[in-house]
Each structure stands twice: as C-alpha cells, then as structure tokens.
Ligand binder design. Structure first.
Ligand code: SAH
Length: 369
C-alpha cells in the first residue's frame, strides 16, 4: 500500500468509528428531516435550507451552514453524519473522466464515475451494491460475489461526491445507474435516492436523464413499472437466444429472455420512454453475423436503442474484444434491419472505468503490498 492510500485509510478508520454512532443524514427524506427539526423545536423550513446547502451549495459540514442557528448546527453535528465514506482512490483520465473508489464504514468498497462529454453533458455512473450476485461471466464486479446492498444515503453520497468534482458553474446533467451491482435487486433504497436526484431541491436532474441498467429481473422490472416508471430503462441483453444467454448471464436460467422482453415492453407502455438494450461484444462468442440476425429479429418492432459495447478486457478473464471490422459488420447487419444502433465510444479505459475494475485493481494492490 502506498503512503497516500495508507494515510487515507487511517483517516477513514477514525471517520468510520465516528460515523457508526451517527445517523446518515442522506438516508432521510426531506419530510423526515422536517419532522426531526420540529421535534427539536425548530421550524421545518430549516429542512429546505439544509437541502440547499447539501445539494446546491456543496456544504461538507454543518458548520458550513451559516444561516442555521448555531445551536441547531451543533445538534445536527452530534446527531448526523453528512458523508460516511472515504475516497481511497481518485483517478483522472485524459478524456476528463474521473473515478472514485470509496471505502464504506464497514470497509466495503464501491466505485463511481464522472464522465465529461462535450461542453454540457456531465454524467455520473453510480454503484448500487458492494459486489454483485448476478455472476455475468465477463464482468469484474461479481467476481467476488456480493456483500450487501447500499443504503439510500450511500447512493446519494456518491452523487454528491461526484458533483463536487465539478467546477463552479457546471452541473450534473445525467445519472446512470450502471456501476457495480444490480440496481433492481436494491430497488427499495434506489428509488428514494433517485427521487433526491430528480427533486428540484435535490440535484434537479430530469428523470428522462436518469438511466437504470438492469440484467433483467422480471419481477423487479414489474415493481419498477408499478412504482416509478419515469426513468430510462436499459436492459443488458448480451445474447439473442436463451441457450447463449444462459452461459453468459447465469441468472437468465431462471428467467429466460421472453419474460424479460415482456416486462421491458410493459415498462415502455407505462413510461413511454424508448428502451435501451445493452450488448457487450465478446470476440468469437456472441458477435457472429448469425447472432446479429437473431438480435435483429428479437428487437424488431420495438421502440428501442441498441448499445453495442466492445468488451473492455478484465485481467484474469479469458474474453476478448472483437476487431473493429467484425464490430462494424455486426452493427451493419442490425442497421440493415432498421434497428437503432449505437456503438458506444469507450470512455475512461485508462482509469478502469468499466464496471468493478478499479475496485479489483485496488484490492490486488492492497493485498500485494
Ligand atoms: N447489473 C446491471 C448494471 C451493472 S453492469 C446490468 O447488468 O446492467 C453495467 C453494464 O456494463 C452492463 O451492461 C454490463 O454487462 C456491462 N459490462 C460489465 N463488464 C463489462 C466489460 N468488461 N466490458 C464492457 N461492458 C461490461
């Protein structure tokens, strides 16, 4: 472990002990905070001031909240923590992407990323679980299984930490729930966090600029449709047939593609938002012309966008990125069938921006040193 990391871990340990005895402020809804304030004998409009400090004015301590009475600031500071995680790595890529590796109070680690595209698009990608239980064979996130779901506060905290990387005058434009973990396996904590992202007194990001990416769990997709269908939904497909998908995405064995497509269609009917399908191209495995034809048949007639993602290689896994020629040939077949296709530019490669990779690299470095 290098000196810088060791120093951060010491600070984190002290913070963690402190944070464990405190409530996480970001776990509370604005309504719950208002109730607490009233219980303490304060006016509930103070809740709005606190939200403004957190979401618009970048406060990191209660002492920063100078328009609150001193006595209230002190009470808040002994009751709540604002941030509970420590940044143990911060990588910056030449293309402007920045990735944070966060250490949580129980020592679990998660990643989140800020992506900069053109002058205005400032997207963040957040994680929803410590590890992942889905077991997709090509993905780094699930290699060590799952530890636990993130809390609402931990989800919101990632957003705030990434927002604070922006210079004054810039604001976040998009949230992508596509980091480590399966978002729909943590819906109970995710939905309140996304509410904070879309609230006008939260991050104020329109729900159509918030994307949830799922491996495709039909029961949870149905819950999402029923509870809150305002968001963009992306389904990670990766194979056009159950035979192949069962190998690449083991949870498919219990669900099958048909049920996933059915729930995706229901979500579309409710939300009116074009669906996205993700397809990671793995050389020699799911990238043949026949696969492209089968995929075109599966998607035909749907209002959908297909994102083709050339595989981002993961140390220790045997999969390979297809050549540009075969990737283009795959895309061309889909285009010929009138499927909307986007070949995703690879951003943040040099900072291991793909799922779970920084966490894995740091884990190795820490155990090697
Ligand atoms: N569990 C969710 C979200 C996390 S994964 C889901 O499955 O959608 C986010 C996306 O990154 C998924 O589409 C996933 O398949 C893809 N992905 C994972 N590992 C990758 C890799 N090594 N290269 C390219 N894409 C990868």
């Amino acid at each position: 472990m290098n000196y810088d990391v060791a120093w951060k871990v010491v600070v984190y340990c002290e913070m963690a002990t402190w944070a464990k005895t405190m409530k996480h402020l970001l776990d509370m809804t604005p309504g719950q905070l208002a109730d607490w304030l009233v219980d303490q004998g304060h006016s509930k409009y103070r809740a709005g001031q606190i939200q403004e400090w957190l979401f618009q004015r970048g406060a990191t301590t209660f002492a920063d909240m100078t328009n609150l009475p001193k006595e209230l600031r002190e009470k808040l500071a002994t009751t709540f923590s604002i941030m509970t995680s420590a940044v143990v790595a911060h990588d910056v890529s030449e293309d402007g992407s920045e990735k944070l590796l966060l250490q949580l109070t129980d020592r679990g680690q998660i990643e989140c990323v800020l992506l900069r595209d053109d002058d205005i698009r400032r997207s963040i990608c957040i994680s929803t679980q410590v590890g992942c239980a889905m077991g997709c064979v090509f993905c780094a996130s699930g290699l060590n299984g799952i530890d636990r779901n993130l809390t609402t506060g931990e989800l919101v905290e990632q957003m705030l930490l990434l927002q604070r990387l922006l210079p004054a005058g810039e604001r976040l434009s998009h949230v992508i729930v596509m980091g480590v973990g399966e978002p729909l396996a943590n819906l109970a904590h995710l939905l309140p966090a996304l509410q904070r992202a879309s609230d006008t007194d939260g991050l104020n990001i329109s729900a159509r600029r918030i994307t949830i990416s799922t491996v495709g769990i039909p029961t949870a997709m149905r819950q999402l449709t029923e509870r809150d269908a305002r968001f963009q939904l992306a389904v990670s497909l990766h194979a056009p047939t159950d035979e192949l998908r069962n190998q690449l995405v083991p949870v498919n064995r219990g669900t099958g593609i048909a049920a996933i497509m059915h729930e995706a269609d229901r979500y579309f009917d409710r939300s009116g938002r074009r669906l996205t399908f993700e397809y990671v191209l793995l050389a020699g495995i799911n990238d043949s012309p026949l696969h492209a034809e089968q995929l075109a048949s599966l998607l035909a007639g749907r209002t959908a966008m297909l994102n083709l993602i050339p595989y981002n290689s993961v140390d220790g896994l045997p999969y390979q990125t297809p050549s540009a020629n075969s990737t283009n040939a795959f895309r061309d077949i889909l285009v010929a069938h009138q499927i909307n296709v986007r070949l995703r530019r690879r951003k943040g490669d040099e900072i291991n921006a793909a799922c779970g990779q920084l966490r894995r690299r740091m884990g190795r470095e820490q155990s090697e040193s």
